[in-house]
Design a protein around this ligand. Structure first.
Ligand SMILES: N[C@@H](CCC(=O)N[C@@H](CS)C(=O)NCC(=O)O)C(=O)O
Length: 252
């Protein structure tokens, strides 16, 4: 038997679920960016307490532990000599960064609101993270998570609005993404660049048929975004059976 060499990089994430190859859009972003950079890695379920920033994703690379998807990207580019925005002009890089901030700092929170604050979605999804906790603690843990997310949602502002207002704000960002994409295969042109990683992660999170929400319904209305998620899924997660929103809408 030949000894298999272990990849040098370990990515710590959440794992598949909710109709997605990975439940965290930020972990998905890092998975896609590692693939874009051509870096082989091992995936492992992460422990937030072991993360330098208390969040997932984080990576370990030859003894270095790096947390936060954007700093992970910086680490990958610096250590492996890659540029995930190769070919973009400074103005295009600026535009891509602005879109990334919109996706992470606004659209992602709007989607999270419907995942965590909608009682049916919470019960169907995040509540199950505590299924293996002792029964006496389970409900307190679920409530604790909901309270923590509600506090974060208030702090970023989204949590202060009514559900229809949150859907409206999210839809403005979907529209912006749809307009930027147009009929190009990727957000910045013919080649995937760094911003596609988070756009894909967050849009797939919005579109998964596992959860229902007004924002998912609005996302389904942007045909180019639905096709984009399918294209990115086929490219970066070819073995994953994506029950795309388009398919379900057609079948319905
Ligand atoms: N800015 C971070 C955001 C990561 C993030 O929000 N991770 C979530 C999972 S989707 C998390 O670990 N949340 C737990 C917490 O905030 O306590 C990044 O880009 O990596």
């Amino acid at each position: 038997m030949t000894a298999q060499s272990q990849p040098q990089v370990t990515l710590f994430g959440v794992g598949p679920g909710f109709g997605l190859p990975e439940t965290s859009p930020y972990v998905m972003k890092t998975m896609v960016q590692l693939a874009m950079a051509g870096i082989d890695y091992r995936f492992a379920p992460g422990d937030r307490e072991a993360s330098p920033k208390g969040q997932l994703p984080y990576i370990e690379d030859a003894g270095d532990r790096v947390a936060d998807s954007t700093f992970i990207r910086g680490h990958i580019e610096a250590r492996y000599g890659v540029d995930l925005d190769a070919g973009l002009t400074p103005a295009e890089r600026a535009q891509a960064w602005a879109f990334e901030r919109m996706i992470e700092n606004q659209l992602g929170w709007a989607i999270a609101w419907f995942r965590f604050m909608d009682p049916a979605n919470f019960a169907k999804g995040p509540a199950h993270w505590f299924d293996r906790a002792p029964e006496a603690m389970r409900e307190d843990l679920r409530q604790g998570l909901k309270d923590a997310v509600a506090t974060n949602l208030k702090a970023v502002g989204i949590g202060r609005h009514a559900p229809d207002e949150i859907a409206l704000l999210g839809t403005r960002s979907l529209w912006a993404l749809s307009s930027q994409l147009g009929d190009k295969p990727f957000l910045m042109g013919q080649t995937p660049t760094s911003v596609d990683a988070i756009a894909f992660g967050v849009l797939a999170t919005a579109l998964t048929p596992f959860f229902d929400s007004p924002l998912r319904r609005r996302a389904e209305g942007f045909a180019n975004l639905v096709a984009y998620v399918e294209r990115m899924m086929a490219r970066y997660f070819p073995d994953f059976a994506w029950a795309g929103a388009a398919e379900e809408a057609v079948a319905a």
